[in-house]
Design a binder for this molecule. Structure first.
Ligand code: DQA
Length: 147
């Protein structure tokens, strides 16, 4: 089973960026954590972080027929990007959305997720552990689909 993990803008600043909201873990430690969980779950992972919407759209398109599932934290693009929503709809790859923080307890503009409209589940408010939960949800879903 192969997953693509996509992380959106400013997540490369984890550890520095608003630690009271996003925690103290740096982005490179987060990647290490994701790789460790993937190893345990026997999932192959490719991880990409970008501050550019088009790069994320290209990565979703490039995943067509290449991966079984996508885990995505679209970061600020969550609340603005119809392009990411359309890319997920185009490739029809099951996706689980992740947010470190509880977006529903924050500003109202964070309550809407466009890419989330094409996701099978959303995990939020669990910090970095949300990525492990998302991987397990996606794996279970795909096993149920006979993958
Ligand atoms: C985030 C929540 C978004 O609202 C925010 O713009 C981010 C990170 C999270 O992981 O909690 O950059 O996706």
């Amino acid at each position: 089973m192969k997953f693509l993990v996509l992380n959106g803008p400013n997540l490369n600043m984890l550890g520095i960026r608003e630690p009271e909201i996003y925690g103290a873990m740096t982005y490179s430690k987060l990647e290490e954590y994701i790789r460790g969980v993937a190893r345990q779950e026997e999932i192959q992972v490719e991880i990409l972080q970008s501050n550019h919407e088009g790069v994320l759209v290209d990565a979703i398109q490039g995943a067509y027929q290449q991966v079984d599932g996508i885990i995505m934290n679209p970061a600020a693009y969550t609340h603005t990007s119809v392009a990411l929503l359309d890319a997920l709809k185009a490739v029809q790859i099951p996706c689980v959305e992740v947010h470190l923080s509880n977006i529903y307890e924050r500003e109202e503009f964070r309550h809407i997720s466009y890419p989330g409209m094409a996701c099978i589940a959303t995990v939020y408010g669990m910090g970095h552990e949300g990525y492990a939960k998302a991987m397990r949800i996606l794996k279970e879903y795909l096993l149920g689909e006979g993958k």
